[in-house]
Design a protein around this ligand. Structure first.
Ligand SMILES: [Zn+2]
Length: 190
């Protein structure tokens, strides 16, 4: 199943996933070229037929600010922690029906903690309720890992569904180690 088209910068840096229609539009307008297509499928636009684009490359380089810091959303937080409660170690798939993954503040907000990457972890609702507005050490709970700020590339791609053809371009640009990390997270979400 195709979930979108991977758009590369002119430098081949993977930028984002765009809907197929939008990818075709960019190609028609001369703003992008098709790098990989699904030859078995085609897209009709106006009176023309196009191979179904899987990867496109922008013809002009788009500057992307490198110091951009991603906001800590729960989507990214859970991905960073591999969808695992950082206290009891259970993954989302084995939680009970009424439980869910939540955001825990290591130093609670009520005690001066903030929402930075190093002060938030994924916790199941049971662990979060038990900890409440205390420090883990005060009630004998322990973190499995000390949280760190993840690499922006990792975050961008761990929450997306990529086809093998598209993954190839993550590896090409960022190396096999980064792709491995991304795939590890995608697998743990299942
Ligand atoms: Zn837990």
């Amino acid at each position: 199943m195709l979930v979108g088209c991977l758009a590369l910068n002119s430098s081949f840096e993977p930028l984002t996933l765009v809907p197929t229609r939008r990818a075709v539009r960019l190609v028609i307008d001369g703003k992008a070229e098709i790098v990989e297509a699904d030859r078995d499928r085609s897209v009709r636009s106006a009176n023309r037929r196009f191979p179904h684009p899987v990867v496109i490359r922008l013809t002009k380089y788009v500057h992307v600010p490198r110091r951009f810091r991603r906001h800590v959303t729960n989507t990214f937080l859970f991905a960073r922690d591999h969808y695992r409660c950082q206290y009891c170690g259970r993954v989302s798939a084995v939680l009970r029906p009424r439980e869910s993954l939540t955001r825990d503040h290591i130093v609670p907000l009520s005690r001066g903690g903030d929402n930075s990457w190093t002060n938030v972890v994924t916790a199941c609702s049971s662990c979060n309720t038990r900890k409440a507005n205390r420090l883990a050490s005060e009630i004998g709970m322990r973190l499995l890992h000390t949280p760190v700020e993840p690499h922006f590339v990792y975050l961008s791609w761990a929450v997306r569904k990529l086809t093998p053809t598209q993954s190839k371009y993550i590896r090409l640009f960022y190396g096999a180690a980064m792709l491995h990390e991304v795939e590890r997270t995608v697998d743990s979400r299942r």
